[in-house]
Design a protein around this ligand. Structure first.
Ligand SMILES: NC(=O)c1ccc[n+]([C@@H]2O[C@H](COP(=O)([O-])OP(=O)(O)OC[C@H]3O[C@@H](n4cnc5c(N)ncnc54)[C@H](OP(=O)(O)O)[C@@H]3O)[C@@H](O)[C@H]2O)c1
Length: 368
């Protein structure tokens, strides 16, 4: 067995037909989608590929990893018992152990389901991390850079709405944002848990004014929106958004309706949590991003492996901001970078920025 530090990362089908097509093109042609959801639960965990070439820019350390599939679609996770879903994730974690991984990362809904990794971590013999700390760090940095690039509203004067503010990523992102911007609008669907989060965030002295709302229409007040829910379908529609706003969609599957990109050329929708990995990395598997790019949650597992910090770094729904800042610092040290601007999987063009900038200028001009 190789002596390199070793990790595994668990992914699952997000877009059932597309994901099946990548591995079994013939099957995707004949299977109705509801069968894919059903059959996903019967499939055993899979070793998808070996990840090679991740190399620290600071130390030259290389690491070795595996991409594993927990074959449950979001819909199958939502409609199955929590016990069944935990069992499937734990089975996939056991596969990571057998391969010799020293830490395993949970991707997308395998991190969000139930108690956000706590039960899975207790069951496995190797440490587990959700990757949410680094996802928050990267998402907030993406929005800050978007504000800098638009150069209409200075970041410290911005209003940022966080959709899914009661979730692990949403809450921690709001926590970090509250130290940077003028106003943070927490958007959620359950008033009590939303108020609990608002009170917890207001308990520390802050730059930002923090408000909570269940009215998604109030997104029109925000120049920037960060969305990270597990709705599993579009919940942000064209009529919800302010002209010239930037929406960072961190959710997988996406929270922002495809209609926004089609009908609102004055709004920029950005793909959230995308990073460039240092070294000649080859994932040997197409999970939907261009070469050398990865999701931030995957990158957190890689950063911890480069550091040989084999510990349950991010688990559960309350993520301390210190962890977000620490993993951001470690990521930068090893050469991880915020990825290129992408929207719906495509590079953002200069004219898209320009249209958004002009609309933002008009929206923020004082009315006569
Ligand atoms: N891009 C990346 O690198 C990356 C990395 C990790 C995760 N993710 C994605 O980020 C998202 C959030 O993950 P998480 O770990 O923060 O999940 P989480 O802790 O389970 O939080 C989910 C949030 O979504 C809200 N929600 C659920 N269903 C909803 C609906 N129908 N309408 C409105 N809000 C709804 C929940 O509200 P309640 O409190 O009311 O239930 C909660 O605020 C997921 O889609 C995940 O796949 C992306």
């Amino acid at each position: 067995m190789s002596r390199l530090p070793r990790f595994a990362f668990i992914i699952h089908p997000i877009d059932p037909r597309e994901d099946v097509r990548r591995r079994y093109p013939w099957l995707a042609k004949v299977l109705p989608e509801k069968w894919i959801h059903y059959l996903s639960g019967l499939w055993p965990p899979l070793r998808l590929s070996e990840i090679e070439g991740v190399t620290s820019q600071a130390t030259g350390q290389r690491i070795q990893g595996w991409l594993l599939a927990c074959p449950l679609t979001p819909q199958r996770m939502r409609t199955s018992s929590l016990d069944f879903v935990y069992r499937k994730i734990i089975q996939t974690g056991r596969l990571a152990e057998r391969l010799g991984a020293q830490i395993v990362g949970l991707g997308a809904w395998t991190a969000a389901i139930g108690d956000a990794g706590e039960t899975v971590a207790r069951a496995l013999d190797i440490p587990v991390t959700t990757g949410d700390s680094y996802t928050v760090a990267v998402a907030v940095e993406q929005l800050r850079r978007a504000a800098e690039r638009l150069a209409v509203v200075p970041w410290p004067a911005a209003t940022v709405a966080v959709v899914g503010a009661t979730g692990a990523i949403g809450r921690a992102a709001a926590d970090v944002l509250a130290d940077q911007v003028e106003q943070v609008l927490l958007v959620g669907r359950r008033p009590h848990s939303l108020q609990r989060v608002a009170r917890a965030l207001q308990a520390r002295p802050r730059r930002a004014h923090i408000e909570a709302t269940t009215a998604i229409e109030r997104l029109t007040e925000a120049q920037f929106v960060l969305s990270a829910t597990t709705a599993g379908r579009a919940i942000i529609h064209p009529e919800h958004l302010r002209p010239g706003s930037v929406v960072l969609d961190v959710a997988l599957p996406r929270d922002v309706s495809l209609r926004v990109s089609r009908e609102r050329s004055d709004v920029l929708v950005l793909d959230g949590g995308i990073v460039r990995v240092p070294g000649p990395v080859n994932f040997h598997f197409n999970f939907g991003l261009p070469r050398r790019l990865a999701y931030a949650c995957m990158a957190e597992t890689m950063i911890l492996t480069l550091e040989r910090r084999f510990e349950c770094y991010t688990i559960g729904r309350t993520i301390p901001v210190d962890k977000v800042h620490e993993i951001a610092r470690l990521g930068a040290y090893h050469g991880f970078e915020v990825g290129p601007w992408m929207s719906l999987g495509r590079r953002v063009r200069a004219e898209q920025w320009e249209r958004t900038r002009q609309a933002a200028q008009r929206a923020s001009a004082p009315h006569r």
